[in-house]
Design a protein around this ligand. Structure first.
Ligand code: ATP
Length: 626
């Protein structure tokens, strides 16, 4: 279900009711049946005073009234049954509405533009799917029908009271009008307080997510109390807003009850005087009083429903706001992309013919997260098939940002990215992402089994293929040690693994996908020297199958790369091989000196055909490996 986006919410009560009604789209049949049942129940209830009047009149005139008494019993039971059925249908409808709303929201939130995640707090977004939709369910399933049926039942009671005694009705109307004025004056406040409360609930979720997401840091810095106080502040805000809402809502109920009870007393006194003066029958007075008492429930329903709808609008606005956040476009018109797993063939399938163009080509790419703060300033280089290209540079030079552009989390402000010679302008994001696999610094491991984590990109991968990448990523020890082996469950965020093991799980996952371009961001940051050497060997092997773009601070990892691109302050200042750059690039020399790496150390004699020399002007001349 998509809520109307971008349009400002109509703040009037009528606008709020219309908005809530729109949410019931697709459930109107069930709503109509439930409303009909509730109305039938109300009609059965309304008929009871008339029957009671007959019983009183018959008993006063010494006539038999047993059949009428039986009828009263039947009416009572039928009212209970229709009421229960109607209520069930409503609850089911409410669940259905919230279920569809959550499906839509979850799908929407998972497809947001990366910039939206930068702008919003995760916990707050989550609370829109949980807390806000829960409040909305209450409103759409109860308030709307209460409003409809309450209005009809109250109108019915008023019509019958009018028929019985217009003068007494006038007295009732005046007191009820007083209550309506009180209710109307409270509605705006209720809505504002509810909005405040829902925002505070979202803030609690966001703050809690912040603290739980960095628990080791919180513990080490003994900041539990500070974090608890910080979150507690939000809890108190929610409490205060909740109490304010309750205050306003609770003023409503007595106002309505007072009005109805006042009118009840008036009717009793004036009606009693008239009966004494023989201006009316006792039966008429009893019936009128019963109708007056029947007015209490529907009228309270109407007033409560209006209040609830205003409370729901607070939640609605937050849900609608989340639905209005920009999402990534899924496909472009010219996109011929197959499924995202197109580039993840199984081991047995023959390798597709390699296209002649580079796997990745960047041409004069400019980008900044904020318009006035450029991060990349005209980056150009290419990553040919079957080659390993390394990206080095000081912290903050823009290396990870470049990866984010290649993964198309962001679009460049200027310049072009080409995959296999095709510009991203003509390819969908899905298509581009199907070609790549990324192992980033955060090495994401999700709750689930080791196998689930490895096969995340290829859920139905062959066992032999899984074993192959387990071996390649040197995870055999982990498989042996983990209770249940590959089926063993890894804790939340892979907490049961070491950082190096998590990195290797991420690598196995990436290799299993058999991408045409593998992006590794600091792949050895958590590895010891032995594992680093092993991973370097894995990278070389992977480069036989796909193009490899590696970010590394440790130059020892990438000194054998076919090409090393030096990035400084968002610009490519040099590119070439390790030995070449030691002479040609002062920036590279500084990096290497810092890590005590020199040209001669440990360099194996690797055949390098057609390599570009020196500066980045030759960055795109490296041909694909035959
Ligand atoms: N999501 C973001 N929003 C705003 N600015 C960002 C964001 N991510 C990175 N930056 C900024 O962009 C610049 C480049 O960051 P980037 O992470 O690309 O550098 P890096 O070369 O990968 O650094 P490191 O080697 O430390 O990982 C930095 O100044 C950083 O503060």
């Amino acid at each position: 279900m998509t809520l109307p986006q971008g349009q400002p919410c109509d703040r009037t009560t009528r606008g709020a009711i219309a908005t809530m009604f729109r949410l019931t789209a697709g459930h109107r049949g069930a709503m109509a049946v439930a409303t009909a049942m509730t109305l039938v129940g109300s009609a059965l209830g309304l008929a009871q005073p008339l029957v009671a009047k007959r019983i009183v009149d018959a008993s006063g005139a010494d006539r038999a009234f047993w059949s009428t008494l039986t009828l009263l019993g039947v009416l009572f039971i039928l009212e209970a049954i229709t009421g229960a059925l109607g209520r069930f249908l409503l609850e089911r409808m409410g669940e259905g509405i919230v279920c569809r709303l959550r499906h839509g929201l979850v799908r929407h939130l998972l497809r947001l533009e990366m910039r939206e995640y930068d702008r919003h707090r995760t916990g707050d977004l989550i609370s829109r799917v949980t807390a806000d939709t829960t409040l909305l369910r209450e409103v759409v399933s109860q308030a709307l029908v209460d409003l409809g049926t309450g209005a009809v039942a109250a109108t019915g009671a008023i019509a019958l009271m009018m028929w019985l005694d217009p003068l007494l009705l006038l007295l009732v109307t005046m007191t009820v009008a007083g209550a309506a004025v009180v209710v109307a004056s409270l509605l705006k406040g209720i809505r504002a307080a509810s909005e405040h409360m829902q925002n505070s609930v979202g803030a609690i979720a966001a703050e809690l997510e912040r603290a739980l997401g960095a628990l080791p840091m919180v513990r080490v810095h003994r900041a539990e109390e500070r974090e608890a106080a910080r979150i507690g502040e939000r809890v108190d805000q929610a409490y205060r807003a909740g109490v304010r809402t309750a205050q306003l809502a609770s003023v409503m109920s007595p106002a309505v009850e007072l009005a109805v009870q006042g009118s009840f007393l008036l009717v009793l006194v004036i009606g009693g005087l008239r009966v004494n003066g023989h201006a009316g029958s006792l039966g008429d007075l009893v019936a009128f009083l019963l109708y007056a008492s029947y007015l209490v429930l529907p009228l309270s329903s109407v007033f409560r429903a209006v209040g609830l709808i205003q409370r729901g609008m607070g939640a609605y606005q937050r849900v609608a706001e989340a639905q209005g956040l920009a999402t990534e476009p899924s496909h472009t018109a010219t996109d011929t992309a197959a499924s995202p797993l197109r580039c993840a063939p199984q081991l047995a399938s023959p390798a597709p013919p390699r296209p002649p163009a580079a796997a990745l080509d960047l041409r004069d790419v400019h980008f900044g997260y904020q318009p006035d703060r450029p991060v990349l300033r005209g980056v150009s280089f290419s990553v040919p098939h079957g080659r390993q290209v390394a990206l080095v540079g000081r912290s903050g030079a823009g290396k990870s940002t470049l990866f984010a552009l290649v993964a198309r989390f962001y679009e460049p402000d200027a310049g072009t990215l080409l995959f296999d010679g095709r510009s991203t302008a003509e390819l969908s994001r899905d298509h581009c992402r199907a070609r790549i696999a990324v192992v980033d610094q955060n090495t994401h491991v999700v709750h689930g089994s080791l196998r689930d984590n490895i096969t995340y990109a290829v859920p139905h991968a062959d066992e032999s293929e899984v074993r192959r990448v387990v071996e390649l990523a040197q995870l055999e020890d982990v498989v042996r040690r983990l209770p249940g082996g590959l089926s063993g469950v890894l804790g939340e965020r892979g907490a049961t693994l070491s950082a190096g093991e998590r990195q290797r799980v991420a690598l196995a996952r990436a290799l299993l996908a058999r991408p045409s371009l593998l992006l590794l961001d600091e792949p050895t940051s958590h590895l010891d020297a032995i594992n680093e050497a092993a991973l370097t060997a894995v990278m070389r092997e992977a480069a036989q199958e796909c193009a490899l773009l590696v970010i590394a601070h440790r130059l020892s990892t990438v000194q054998h790369a076919d090409r090393i691109v030096v990035l400084e302050d968002g610009r490519v200042t040099a590119c070439g091989r390790h030995t070449e750059l030691l002479t040609a690039s002062p920036a590279y020399r500084r990096l290497a000196a810092g890590q005590m790496l020199t040209g001669g150390v440990g360099l194996p004699p690797v055949a390098r055909d057609g390599m570009s020399r020196g500066q980045c002007s030759g960055c795109r001349t490296l041909p694909p490996r035959p």
